[in-house]
Write a protein that binds this ligand. Structure first.
Ligand code: PLP
Length: 384
């Protein structure tokens, strides 16, 4: 038997936390889940109705590798409606969640050995997919000073001092929720063009933003960007495994060939349901109102419980806390919080193996009553 180096990627620590939390629940504890970043709500009713009709009336065979034409057209229209940006349906590629989008984007844009800049802390799958594809991550450290985000200046500095082929940005970001101002986004695009870098923008948390920073798609200032998005978060369809990407015209045919060979197609049932998700604004906005209320509870409550240094939660459903005044071992602190307060939270080491030793991520995608309970329990804990 042989084992590849490419398979030697880090585990998802959040999944280990979830296993421990589930075990505690099975032992009879009432655990508040703040570890996993997924909505507690089902797919919107309109999407469920469409899927239910399709189960009876549709053959549900393979779809075209780039996606159902009706869904591609609906996604293109979304860009006009949401951002006033014109996107041709030919540039839209339906993917197996944004995760499928990353695989296609990296394969279509880069050859083995290519180097991709990434602001740290970051969603762990970025660095793990990059490694699994024999690409190399170039970490760009961020912190409170840079708003926990990539900046044009930091990218320029990285491109001048090391070889770079691409840059991956996310706004709002996981784990911090931090966003990039539209002007800075345009400046990052300009620096990327100057240095001949491929810009990939993860926009999975769009429409989950709290008005502190305007939401802008990278396409508005960078028509050559590869934009990745998903039905998993705002649209509450995680298990349907469906997302999309917008790619420059010349990249579409290579992506189509890759998608044909790697996936054949994205599940047809999910695609039929997803078309309707765009019409479910009322239901989805009421889900969003819960996140907004949760964010208020935590932004006010966490400092009273000893978490005083919080990253700006401009979007998504996360609060990232700097706990360097409490610990040098965030995994141990998470274990304590689970054991003493029955709250599952994710250690920062998932998002940055080094600097994450002094940070934690709270996910607030659950019900508001759980957030209130979490603050109460954390306040009762002796943290320091
Ligand atoms: C920043 C970010 N990108 C991508 C994903 C992957 O999502 P999916 O493949 O379900 O679209 C996640 C999931 O948590 C995420 O947080």
């Amino acid at each position: 038997m042989t084992l590849s180096n490419r398979g030697q990627v880090d585990p998802f620590i959040v999944m280990d936390v979830m296993r421990a939390a589930n075990q505690r629940e099975a032992d009879g504890h009432d655990v508040v889940h703040m570890e996993v970043g997924q909505p507690g709500t089902p797919a919107p009713q309109l999407a469920l109705n469409a899927a239910s009709r399709a189960l009876h009336a549709h053959r549900l065979g393979y779809a075209e590798a780039l996606g159902l034409p009706a869904l591609r057209a609906r996604i293109a229209r979304h860009y006009e409606e949401a951002y006033g940006t014109t996107v041709s349906a030919d540039q839209v590629i339906v993917t197996s969640g944004s995760s499928g989008g990353f695989q296609l984007a990296f394969l279509a844009a880069f050859d083995a050995g290519a180097r991709i800049a990434l602001a740290m802390p970051a969603y762990p799958a970025y660095r793990n997919i990059i490694k699994a594809m024999d690409l190399e991550m170039v970490p760009v450290r961020t912190g409170a000073g840079s708003g926990y985000q990539m900046t044009a200046e930091a990218l320029d500095e990285a491109a001048r001092t090391t070889r770079l082929d691409g840059v991956l940005i996310a706004s709002p970001a996981n784990p911090t929720g931090a966003m990039i101002e539209p002007g800075e986004l345009a400046a990052i695009g300009k620096v990327a063009r100057q240095h001949g870098l491929t810009l990939i923008s993860d926009e999975i948390y769009h429409r989950l933003t709290y008005g502190t920073v305007p939401e802008a798609t990278a396409l508005a200032s960078n028509p050559d960007a590869i934009v990745i998005n998903s039905f998993s978060k705002y649209y509450s369809m995680t298990g349907w495994r469906i997302g999309w990407m917008i790619a420059p015209h010349e990249m579409v045919r290579p992506i189509e060939r890759l998608a044909q060979n790697l996936f054949i197609s994205v599940p047809t049932l999910s695609q039929i349901a997803a078309v309707e998700a765009f019409e479910a604004t009322q239901e989805l906005e009421s889900n969003f109102a819960v996140y907004r209320a949760n964010r208020d509870v935590l932004m006010k409550g966490l400092p009273t419980a000893g978490f005083t240094n919080l990253a700006p939660s401009d979007g998504a459903f996360y609060i990232y806390a700097d706990v360097s005044d409490l610990t040098r071992d965030s995994e141990e602190l998470c274990r304590r919080i689970l054991e003493e307060a029955d709250i599952a939270v994710t250690p920062g080491t998932d998002f940055d193996p080094e600097a994450g030793k002094t940070t934690l991520r709270f996910s607030f995608a659950g019900p508001t009553s759980h957030m209130i309970e979490a603050v109460k329990r954390l306040k009762a804990m002796k943290l320091s």
